[in-house]
Design a protein around this ligand. Structure first.
Ligand code: HEM
Length: 399
């Protein structure tokens, strides 16, 4: 019998989510079913892309340690079953934390007992390195999964970059996201090892029209001009792969760990901050306009030539857009008097070499914001299409 985490302890997650009450009260009205509700796992696309961006994230990149293709397939099957269960608010496996008898390690680590599904989504991706000679996948590697080029001013740490597989967990409760990643790692023991991982504590984008625009650690609204789930035709054009290959219905995820030198930013005048972004700090309106969602006017010089929103705008880049879905992070301090803070950028697109690469190249060469940021980690993953009932992650590639 499968026991839901909530029914096991007979309580709702109300106590567990205290601390973000104001935010949650507002979000409850804008997220269908509320922030505690489950998000459907199956579908044409994986959840966690156009799903209304949840407020918390735990992202993990893994290296595959087994060299047997059958063990890789077994792992993806087992992960898929556990992932579906956890997104429904259940324990990772039947028996769970306390029902498996005293003599075996529990099949669920237990820290999410009593917590609701919390909008958990689990999104699985495959890195370019998976397509080497270990699993016979070399001739199935999409051109879009070729390594990203080096960008000017990159200071990438190899220990925070790359990986054979990734799992993005997003939820409205950090404990639920961490629990999900931890249990998938536990299931993968002997077949995968953790390469790097990142926690994010506040969303920096909105992905539906109903959501309020959140703010990043520079204090600016972020996600205003993001494609939204309602823009179905735009998403078909910019986000979803539709080439008849095993990736049809999937997308490509670019992750960039971007350190933000917030102490220097905090000593910069408001005028200067607004000029760098190209929007006002309070309302989030384009400079020269009044309201947040007013159009950007590049014919006047209100928005500087080296302003972030001008350089990243589709009109300056031959029409390309990216679905941004990043998170704020603070990973303690750097040992020399600063917070190790920044933005964990996540962007979804149908071809990173046609979308992320020209955008990032324009930013890295011209964006004045680069005096205040540094890219310290990078990864690119193919996100296979959504799973059908009975299927498993990446089955269109591996079956
Ligand atoms: C720490 C790094 C970054 C910060 C603080 C930042 C901040 C912002 C802010 C405040 C906006 C305006 C609000 C909005 O329309 O969403 C914006 C817009 C945007 N950013 Fe960034 N951003 C960062 C990195 C990036 C990166 C790496 C990319 C992609 C390579 C990117 C692409 C965009 C795009 C496409 C827009 C929308 C432009 C438009 O169409 O108006 N950003 N960003």
């Amino acid at each position: 019998m499968s026991v839901s985490r909530r029914s096991l302890l007979g309580i709702a997650g109300a106590g567990a989510v205290a601390g973000g009450v104001g935010y949650l009260a507002a979000e409850r009205q804008t997220v269908p079913g509320g922030v505690d509700a489950p998000v459907p796992f199956h579908g044409r696309h994986q959840a966690g892309i156009v799903t209304p961006a949840q407020d918390r994230m735990h992202f993990v990149s893994l290296d595959v340690t087994t060299t047997k293709r059958s063990e890789l397939v077994d792992l993806l099957r087992e992960w898929t079953i556990a992932a579906q269960r956890m997104t429904e608010g259940q324990e990772a496996a039947p028996g769970g934390a306390v029902g498996g008898g005293p003599y075996a390690p529990p099949k669920d680590t237990g820290e999410a007992l009593g917590l609701p599904a919390s909008g958990l989504t689990l999104t699985c991706g495959l890195g370019g390195s998976l397509f080497d000679d270990r699993f016979g996948l070399a001739d199935r590697k999409p051109a879009a999964l070729a390594d990203l080029p080096a960008f000017p001013k990159d200071k990438l740490d190899p220990a925070r970059s790359g990986g054979d597989l990734c799992i993005q967990a997003c939820a409205n409760d950090p404990q639920v996201a961490v629990h999900a990643i931890r249990n998938l790692i536990r299931i993968g023991f002997g077949a995968v090892s953790v390469r790097w991982s990142q926690l994010g504590f506040g969303r920096t984008s909105s992905t539906t029209r109903g959501q309020a625009t959140p703010r990043n650690l520079f204090g600016f609204k972020d996600g205003t001009n993001n494609p939204k789930a309602e823009d179905v035709a735009l998403l078909d054009q910019q986000v979803w792969v539709n080439d008849g290959s095993w990736m049809t219905g999937g997308s490509y995820l670019v992750a960039r760990r971007i350190r933000m030198h917030i102490e220097i930013w905090d000593r910069t005048s408001l005028d200067e901050q607004e000029a760098i972004i190209g929007r006002s700090k309070g309302e989030g309106a384009p400079l020269g306009a009044v309201a947040e969602f007013d159009p950007l006017d590049f014919s006047s010089d209100a928005i500087a030539l080296d302003a972030h929103v001008r350089l990243a705008h589709s009109t300056q880049l031959g029409g390309v857009k990216i679905l941004r879905r990043g998170y704020n992070f603070v990973d303690g301090s750097d040992g020399v008097g600063h917070l190790d803070a920044g933005l964990f950028f996540i962007g979804f697109q149908r071809d990173p070499h046609a979308q992320f690469v020209p955008m990032q190249m324009a930013l890295a060469t011209k964006d004045r914001m680069f005096e205040y940021i540094q890219h310290t980690g990078s990864a690119l993953f193919a996100i296979p299409p959504g799973v059908r009932p009975g299927g498993y992650w990446a089955d269109t590639l591996l079956d």
